[in-house]
Design a protein around this ligand. Structure first.
Ligand code: ADP
Ligand SMILES: N[C@@H](CCOP(=O)(O)O)C(=O)O
Length: 306
């Protein structure tokens, strides 16, 4: 095989309480990429459609992760990368992560899968670091493994795959403003009160347990973020109104997706997720903010060949 076309999905990082460790994979939104073997050695980005992003491999997250893997494996060929970008950069649904993960996934397939998913995540983190100034894997792990994941440790990298309760659906609203992950990390406090830390790690543990036991009531109780949300929500117009409307319409929980501006809600059943979508659309419809909404099941497969 000399060429592969892939779907590289959007992802929701943090999942309310799990800053930098929890994430899940979305089914209906994602980039497409084509990765091709070439006789000429090296990594080249030959096409980018959808958004204006750098073609130089060293300045594009897809190129940086590809180069990290390429320099390590030193294969007897080169690679061309085409990016058909559907996820707006700075959206909070893992735009940079989809590109960083997609290039290494495609190269690995073309080389006969020499690397496991954890090693792919490791190389993808080198690309993600270009966008966020930090090697976090909470978008990359769900993109590569699918479903819900927990980054137990970033160094050495250790990823835990968590179960996905079958009735869980996500609703997303994406106000079309750009929030750079690097900037929304810069506003966070360096220290947090012990009482907040206790509440947050109780919620992370509870959420993990709830996913294992398909306990939707416990999912609802655990989907709270007392550490990050108070700072970041100020960057997102009408965040509190959206959250109140979503909870009133039956969502189990509602929080900032990744570093924002997207906001996600989890619901038990697709019907509830669609009712939630209707309710939150009303909030932004009364403003001049351009926005998109999505309803999706959780993507348990992750990146896939098309
Ligand atoms: N292939 C790429 N896809 C998306 N963003 C990229 C890519 N290459 C470089 N970037 C840069 O990464 C930044 C977006 O990343 P980030 O702020 O993490 O957004 P997101 O939250 O959507 O992942 C932008 O500055 C963008 O120019
Ligand atoms: N844990 C990171 C996740 C950033 O996700 P993104 O989708 O906004 O890139 C953070 O919250 O900073």
């Amino acid at each position: 095989m000399n060429e592969i076309k892939i779907f590289s999905p959007a992802t929701v990082a943090n999942v309310a309480c799990g800053f930098d460790v929890l994430g899940f994979c979305i089914d209906t939104i994602g980039d497409e990429m084509v990765i091709r073997k070439t006789e000429e050695k090296g990594i080249k980005i030959t096409k980018i459609e959808g958004y204006d992003l750098p073609f130089e491999a060293e300045k594009n997250v897809a190129g940086v992760s590809a180069l990290a893997m390429y320099n390590d494996l030193q294969p007897n060929c080169g690679f061309e990368i085409e990016i058909y970008k559907k996820i707006k950069p700075g959206s909070g649904i893992g735009s940079s992560s989809a590109s960083a993960a997609g290039s290494v996934y495609g190269m690995n397939e073309l080389l006969g899968r020499p690397l496991d998913k954890t090693k792919l995540t490791y190389f993808a983190m080198k690309g993600e670091a270009l966008a966020s100034q930090c090697e976090h894997a909470d978008n990359l792990a769900p993109a590569i493994f699918g479903g819900f994941t927990l980054v137990k440790s970033a160094s050495p990298l250790q990823i835990l795959e968590l179960p996905t309760p079958s009735d869980l659906f996500v609703t997303l609203i994406h106000p079309q403003i750009e929030i750079k992950t690097s900037e929304s990390r810069a506003i966070l406090p360096k220290e947090i009160p012990l009482s907040n830390a206790i509440a947050q790690w109780a919620n992370v543990g509870s959420l993990v347990h709830a996913l294992h036991t398909s306990d939707y009531n416990l999912i609802k109780e655990a989907l709270h973020d007392v550490v990050i949300e108070p700072y970041r929500k100020q960057l997102i117009p009408h965040f509190d109104d959206v959250k109140n409307a979503a909870l009133k319409a039956g969502a189990l929980g509602c929080a900032i997706s990744g570093s924002g501006p997207s906001i996600f809600m989890l619901s038990k059943s697709e019907d509830t997720a669609r009712n939630v979508e209707k309710a939150i659309r009303k909030i932004y419809s009364n403003t001049d903010i351009v926005f998109e909404t999505y309803v999706s099941k959780i993507n348990v497969e992750g990146i896939r060949a098309l």
